[in-house]
Ligand binder design. Structure first.
Ligand SMILES: [Zn+2]
Length: 429
C-alpha cells in the first residue's frame, strides 16, 4: 500500500562510480584514438554555436543535423552537445571524455568465465573492451552480485591508459526504523562534532577531524613557499606545486570519508538517524561578512573557501543511504546560540569561539558540543515529521514547540538530575 508521495521516493536511485582500467589491444586502441580525435574536433566545431542558442534544446536543433557526417554515434553526440553547452565559456577543447549511455551506446557484459567487458560504440561500430583485473574489477563483481546495474560510463585517457568511470545504480532502499539521533555539527576548526541522543545508550560525544584545518594550513604554507621559488624560475618547484594540488585534495577526501564512516558506523550500531544542519546559504552570508575588511578577514575568507563542508556532507549522505540510515536536515538558525540544557537563546552566551557559557543557567560546555546537542534534539523533534526526503528543504520549527523539546526548563535548573539522557553529564569540559 503506497501513497502518492511514497511512490516518488521509491523511484529514487542511488548511484556509485567505479573506476576501471580498459585493456584494449592495438587495433582497439587505434579505434578509441580515432574516436577521441573526432569527438574533440566535433566539440570544437560546436563551440561557436553556443552563443546562438538560448537553451540546450534550441542548441540541439541548431547543430545536431549539421554535423552528422562525422559518424559519431547519436547518443555520444548528444552527450558531447550537452557538455559543450555546459562549458560555454571554453575557448578550445584539447581533451574530451567519451560518454556512453547504457544500453543505447554501450553496455556492460560478461564473458563465459564471468569477466566483465564494456561494449562501447563511440563511432558507428560497437567494440568490446576487456577490463583490467584490479581493485575496481573486484568491486564491480561484488556490486553486480549485490544487485547493482550499470547505468552509464565515461571513458578518457589518463597516464597513457584508457580509464572508464562506470556509474552503477540501484533503487534506494527504504530507510530503517530509528530509535535515536546523532546530531552532527560540521565546523571549520573541528570538522565534525557529534552527539548521540539515544534512550538505550549513554551519551556519546566526539570531536572528529581536528587535524583537517591544521593540515590544510600546512599545505598552504608549503604552497606559498613553492610559489615564491617558482616565480624565480625553478622548474622543480613548479612540478612540486602540481603534485601538491592532488595531495591536498586526496588528503581532504580521505579524511572526510573516514569521518563519515565513523559516524555512519555508529548510526548503524545504535539504530539512529543522522541529523545535519542545512547551511547551503549560510556560507555565502558568512563569506560576505568576512569580507567586510575586519582584522584577519583574509584568513577567515581563506578558511571558509577551503572548508570541505560539502565533501563531508555528501560522503555522509551517500554512506547513510547505502546503510538505509535516514538523514534529517534541520534549520541551522541559532543552533550555536541556544543553550542545550535550558533551551534559552542569547548572544551573550557565546563570548569566545570555543566556550559556550549560558547567560541564564550558567551551563558551560564546548561550543561545538553544545551545537551538536541542539542539532540532535532538533532532529529528534523533526523525526516524526520528515525523514529522508530532499534534504535541502527543511521544516521551520515553531519556537514554542522547539523549547518544549529541551530536557530541562529554567525553573528546575539547580537540580542537575533529570529524566533525560541529555543531562547525564553536566556540566562538562
Ligand atoms: Zn542554559
Amino acid at each position: 500500500m503506497q501513497t502518492k508521495g511514497r511512490k516518488s521516493t521509491s523511484r529514487k536511485m542511488i548511484e556509485k562510480t567505479i573506476p576501471l582500467v580498459l585493456n584494449p589491444g592495438i587495433e582497439k586502441k587505434k579505434y578509441l584514438n580515432i574516436a577521441q580525435v573526432k569527438i574533440v574536433a566535433f566539440a570544437n566545431q560546436l563551440l561557436p554555436f553556443t552563443n546562438q542558442a538560448s537553451s540546450l534544446t534550441k542548441f540541439h536543433h541548431l547543430v545536431y543535423s549539421k554535423h552528422k557526417y562525422l559518424g559519431i554515434q547519436s547518443q555520444v553526440q548528444e552527450a558531447v552537445q550537452r557538455r559543450v553547452y555546459a562549458a560555454k565559456k571554453a575557448r578550445l577543447f584539447r581533451n574530451f571524455p567519451l560518454e556512453f549511455n547504457f544500453p543505447r551506446s554501450g553496455n556492460l557484459k560478461f564473458t563465459a568465465q564471468g569477466h566483465p567487458i564494456l561494449s562501447l560504440s563511440p563511432l558507428k561500430k560497437r567494440v568490446a573492451f576487456p577490463v583490467k583485473m584490479n581493485g575496481g574489477w573486484f568491486r564491480l563483481q561484488d556490486c553486480v552480485r549485490g544487485g547493482w546495474e550499470a547505468h552509464s560510463c565515461i571513458v578518457f585517457k589518463k597516464n597513457r591508459q584508457w580509464v572508464a568511470h562506470l556509474v552503477i545504480r540501484r533503487p534506494l532502499p527504504p530507510v530503517q526504523e530509528v530509535e535515536g539521533t546523532i546530531g552532527v555539527d560540521i565546523g571549520i576548526k573541528v570538522a565534525a562534532a557529534y552527539t548521540l541522543n539515544h534512550p538505550c545508550f549513554p551519551l556519546v560525544e566526539q570531536y572528529l577531524g581536528k587535524d583537517l584545518a591544521w593540515k590544510q594550513h600546512q599545505f598552504l604554507k608549503r604552497r606559498v613557499m613553492l610559489q615564491k621559488h617558482a616565480s624565480h624560475g625553478s622548474v622543480s618547484a613548479r612540478r612540486a606545486l602540481r603534485r601538491l594540488k592532488y595531495k591536498e585534495k586526496n588528503y581532504v577526501q580521505t579524511r572526510c570519508a573516514q569521518i563519515a564512516h565513523e559516524i555512519v558506523d555508529l548510526a548503524v550500531l545504535t539504530r539512529s538517524a543522522i541529523v545535519v544542519e542545512d547551511v547551503t546559504h549560510l556560507r555565502k552570508k558568512w563569506t560576505r561578512q568576512a569580507t567586510k575588511g575586519k582584522h584577519g578577514a583574509k584568513k577567515t575568507r581563506r578558511q571558509l573557501n577551503k572548508w570541505p563542508y560539502r565533501v563531508l556532507l555528501y560522503k555522509l549522505i551517500h554512506l547513510a543511504q547505502l546503510q538505509c540510515i535516514p538523514i534529517i536536515p534541520v534549520s541551522p538558525h541559532f543552533t550555536s546560540q541556544i543553550c542545550s540544557r535550558c533551551g534559552k537563546r542569547s548572544k551573550l552566551s557565546r563570548n569566545t569561539r570555543d566556550l559556550y557559557r549560558c547567560h541564564f543557567c550558567g551551563f558551560e560546555v564546548h561550543a561545538d558540543r553544545n551545537a551538536s546537542r541542539n542539532i540532535s534534539l532538533l532532529g529528534k523533534y523533526q523525526q516524526g515529521l520528515k525523514l529522508f526526503s530532499s534534504w535541502l528543504s527543511y521544516l521551520p520549527v515553531p519556537r514554542e514547540r522547539l523549547t518544549s523539546c529541551y530536557p530541562v526548563s529554567v525553573a528546575e535548573v539547580p537540580s542537575t538530575t533529570s529524566h533525560s539522557t541529555m543531562n547525564g553529564s553536566v556540566p562538562v569540559d
